[in-house]
Design a protein around this ligand. Structure first.
Ligand code: IPE
Ligand code: IPE
Ligand code: MG
Length: 224
């Protein structure tokens, strides 16, 4: 049985779900947040130590302003409402991506990270304004400034995911088979599951089914 230490999820399909059932993409984002809560609980139950959630990509700025504003409002209210609860559950929150939001949201994100910094039951990495290519470029620049050599160890160390083990398992919901600029370096040896269901419809049963299947995969890492 494979150990499962880190699950990464591309939470895709909110917009389509919202349009189909509520005639509004934003309603899909709201419903997607309930799935986030369910999956966090189930991740703890499964004793998984790292959960990385892709919530907003560097490319998502190309969306209509109204949708972007709605998403960040949702996040702001979620954090205001839930951060104490997450803290009580011994969850550590880390933001991946650059915090270039409203001063209010930036501050809330920094404070949420600070508040939960010492927790160690589960680390949730929330990828917000995250793009893997720009993360890699910054890493290369940092290595160059320090006049260090480019090797695997130095790249690992200069990524935002330093001190976080690579994902063992990547799940993308929403019936689309692509990575959309997510953790391109870190996913080199992850097991990848593309799930047909849209994110708001994704259940703990679906999650556990994937985990079970993951555990029985023969992971070779180049060996036989
Ligand atoms: C949610 O899914 C992920 C975000 C970018 C916030 P989408 O909003 O991409 O939903 P679809 O793919 O349009 O259905
Ligand atoms: C990927 O979903 C980003 C997030 C889930 C946050 P997108 O819906 O933005 O991906 P593309 O644009 O369809 O590839
Ligand atoms: Mg999408």
């Amino acid at each position: 049985m494979n150990p499962l230490n880190h699950v990464a999820i591309i939470m895709d399909g909110n917009g389509r779900w919202g349009l189909k059932y509520k005639n509004s993409r934003n309603a899909g984002h709201k419903a997607g947040l309930n799935t986030v809560e369910r999956i966090i609980k189930e991740t703890i139950k499964n004793n998984i130590k790292f959960l990385t959630l892709f919530a907003f990509s560097t490319e998502n700025w190309r969306r209509p302003k109204k949708e972007i504003n709605y998403l960040f409002n949702l996040l702001e209210n979620f954090l205001l409402d839930k951060i104490d609860d997450l803290n009580k559950k011994n969850i550590k929150l880390k933001i991946l991506g650059s915090k270039k939001f409203s001063p209010k949201l930036n501050k809330l994100l920094i404070n949420s990270e600070k508040k939960t910094n010492k927790n160690n039951k589960l680390q949730i990495n929330l990828a917000l304004n995250y793009g893997s290519k720009s993360e890699l470029i910054s890493a290369f620049k940092k290595i160059k400034i320090k006049k260090n050599i480019i090797n695997e160890k130095n790249i690992d160390r200069n990524l935002q995911t330093k001190n976080i083990p690579n994902p063992d398992l990547l799940i993308r919901t929403g019936n689309t088979k692509r990575l959309s600029n997510f953790l391109l370096w870190q996913l080199a040896y992850s097991e990848i599951f593309f799930e047909k269901k849209l994110w708001p419809a994704f259940t703990t049963k679906d999650y556990n089914k994937i985990i079970k299947e993951f555990k029985s995969i023969k992971r070779n890492f180049g060996k036989i």
